[in-house]
Design a protein around this ligand. Structure first.
Ligand code: IMP
Ligand code: MG
Length: 179
């Protein structure tokens, strides 16, 4: 089987850095004077979360969730299960859920509902990438870096078979040669 090909770079290291800085200004202003808990979804969001956290001019805490997504018995996608839960309670806290990408929206919707049930003071969603063209369930995306076209992407946390997460840029991966 042949390796997939990196077709083109969508966002360079500099573009990502600059956009994260802009987002950090926005988030810092919104939560000014408060403490913010960033919740990262393993593993894709850790690169974005780390870069974002470093730019925030706030008192910040971080915690992580591990999930698995799978199809139900009839083959429909969108089932999500928490495999690794948060270490700490979020009751009464201002919480920002940090995602690598919101695609169909199933993952984000499930996590927002789950976290909302734990009594945070506030809860919002922040994502590196947003692919609204594939949305199946509506989710409120408060902060996002980039909207992307309907192509499979890797880099800056996003993987193909667990590879490419460490790329400093975000690229379109051509899967035609391997599928
Ligand atoms: P959703 O539940 O359909 O919104 O799925 C989002 C999850 O699917 C993300 O957290 C990613 O793990 C994965 N995903 C969706 N699109 C891509 C992509 O283009 N590259 C890598 N992972 C993706
Ligand atoms: Mg993910």
């Amino acid at each position: 089987m042949s390796e997939p090909i990196i077709e083109r770079i969508l966002f360079t290291e500099d573009q990502i850095k600059q956009r994260i800085q802009e987002l950090a200004v926005e988030i810092t202003a919104k939560y000014a004077g408060r403490e913010l808990k960033l919740i990262g979804v393993l593993k894709g969001s850790i690169f974005f979360l780390t870069a974002l956290a470093a730019e925030l001019n706030l008192r910040v805490k971080v915690d992580f969730l591990g999930i698995s997504s799978f199809a139900n018995k009839r083959g429909a996608p969108g089932m999500v299960r928490i495999e690794k839960d948060l270490d700490d309670s979020i009751e009464g806290e201002d919480v920002l859920l940090v995602e690598d990408i919101v695609d169909t929206g199933f993952t984000a919707r499930y996590l927002l509902q789950n976290l909302a049930g734990r009594g945070p003071n506030s809860l919002a969603l922040c994502t590196l990438l947003d692919r609204t063209s594939r949305r199946i369930v509506q989710v409120p995306v408060e902060h996002r870096c980039f909207e992307i076209p309907d192509r499979f992407v890797v880099g800056f946390g996003l993987d193909y078979k667990q590879l490419y997460r460490n790329l400093k840029y975000i690229a379109v991966l051509n899967l035609d040669s391997v599928n």
